[in-house]
Design a protein around this ligand. Structure first.
Ligand SMILES: [Zn+2]
Length: 154
């Protein structure tokens, strides 16, 4: 590590940046930055309203907020956390197999989702049936059957 980087780390730590933010800007190892912090006699990083950024580098005060308990929060970090939770909780929609069975048997339920309709058409397409016959059983237009067939080919 050259002296420029060393000076840059010291300047960033003195100006109140977190170890993560210093790592992001300089690329120096986190243990090295922590050693610099200890050597400079700076306390461990705690985000305050006066910090230039949150510990993940989101600038303050644009992203500064308080939660319902009155604790200091970074709005951008909260948004990122919510997005991550939504991604973890996402379950792709699965077609209702009973509805698909009924539609394939010619007794479609009152409401079929497009996914279920397509599954029923694909199931009936394996049998030697014409498009109007499949459309009559599933309860859709012939054009829908043709559309599903062309999708299955590509
Ligand atoms: Zn943040």
């Amino acid at each position: 590590m050259n002296s420029d980087t060393r000076q840059q780390i010291a300047a960033l730590l003195h100006s109140g940046h977190s170890d993560i933010e210093v790592y992001r800007r300089t690329g120096a190892a986190r243990t090295t930055i922590a050693r610099h912090r200890k050597h400079l006699g700076l306390p461990g990083y705690h985000t305050t309203a006066d910090s230039p950024a949150c510990r993940h580098g989101h600038p303050f005060p644009q992203n500064l907020g308080r939660n319902e308990k009155g604790h200091l929060i970074c709005r951008e970090c909260v948004r990122a956390s919510n997005r991550a939770a939504q991604r973890r909780a996402y379950i792709p929609a699965q077609p209702d197999e009973v509805a698909v069975d009924r539609a394939a048997a010619g007794d479609p339920p009152a409401r079929l989702t497009p996914r279920e309709r397509h599954a029923a058409i694909r199931r009936l397409d394996r049998q030697p049936l014409s498009a109007p016959a499949i459309a009559g059983r599933v309860g859709c237009s012939t054009r829908t059957v043709q559309r599903v067939r062309t999708k299955a080919v590509s």
